[in-house]
Design a protein. Structure first.
Length: 307
């Protein structure tokens, strides 16, 4: 195991022996993606986990993602590859904060971005993902919506669903907020013909200049279908590397050198090995009441997605 390839082979062997399914968020490093059973965004991975035959799910990502897996697969063992891997945005509001906001905005439906803790989901009415947010908000019976926590995503949704009264509360992804309109200007001067693809967690002044705004999966699908050969990528910079591996005849450039999620970068291939071997990581344990209440928030999203 003195090489990356050797360690990857040992992990593949162990996961079969121990009946473990490895879930890797797209922001993980390339060597981790290569040994994963499923790669994708947080909600998509939790759906895959629920359908997977294995009894143990190993999430290579951050805590709220592992919690979502546990909520949708309560009878499975769920492991988080690195115990310190959290998400600043997911932890921006407490249950008491949301209860206070509900009193301030009576009658508003509370829509929570999937990037929130399990506990926070217990006091929200519906979840959304970056790819489903517009459809979910548009499909809600409520005309008035309190959108938490990401103001950039919320503003992007509000622009597309003007028939709703959407109240935003200060919050958002500190990583995507590192990308500025000045970055767009600078990079377009260097690569004037490149398509600009950005995540809706980016600031509105960045998103409004994009050729495409969408989830990480949506960005990768856009590249796959596009005849363009140069792209500026406005999301976590690991995606640049993954696209370089997947489409060697195309060129990809990070929109900002500052768009790096330190929490996602915590997990290493050795961490995955230790976790699957029972000597690292953390098992996710949630009270039944929290899982039941949080699941209702997610199930409402799934119901509206089917409409």
């Amino acid at each position: 195991m003195d090489t990356i390839k050797g360690l990857q082979e040992e992990i593949r062997k162990l996961k079969k022996e121990k009946d473990v399914c490895i879930l890797a968020h797209a922001y993980q490093s390339q060597d981790i993606l290569e040994i994963a059973d499923y790669v994708g965004d947080s909600y998509g991975l939790s759906v895959k986990a629920a359908d997977a035959a294995q009894r143990t799910m190993l999430m290579c990502g951050v805590r709220f993602m592992a919690e979502t897996v546990k909520i949708l697969s309560p009878h499975k063992t769920v492991l988080l590859s690195h115990a310190m891997a959290g998400c600043p945005m997911a932890e921006q509001f407490s249950v008491d904060d949301i209860r206070a906001l509900k009193e301030q905005y009576p009658g508003y439906a509370v829509a929570a971005y999937i990037n929130t803790t399990a506990e926070l989901k217990t006091v929200c009415d519906v979840c959304v993902t970056s790819s489903s947010a517009v459809k979910i908000i548009r499909s809600l019976e409520n005309k008035q919506v309190l959108f938490i926590p990401d103001c950039s995503l919320g503003a992007w949704v509000a622009a597309q669903v003007p028939e709703k009264e959407i109240q935003l509360v200060q919050g958002g992804c500190p990583v995507h907020r590192n990308i500025t309109a000045a970055d767009v200007k600078a990079m377009r001067n260097i690569h004037p013909g490149a398509k600009l693809l950005v995540h809706p967690e980016c600031l509105p002044e960045v998103a409004k200049q994009a050729d495409y705004v969408g989830s990480t999966t949506g960005i990768m699908d856009y590249v796959k279908e596009s005849e363009a050969v140069e792209f500026l990528i406005g999301t976590e910079n690991s995606i640049v590397q993954h696209l370089q591996f997947a489409y060697k005849k195309k060129r990809f450039y990070p929109l900002s050198a500052a768009c790096i999620c330190s929490d996602m970068r915590l997990t290493t291939l050795v961490d995955v090995y230790d976790c699957i071997n029972g000597t690292g990581g953390e098992q996710i344990v949630l009270p039944d009441a929290v899982m039941d209440q949080a699941r209702g928030c997610i199930q409402k999203m799934m119901e509206l997605e089917r409409k």
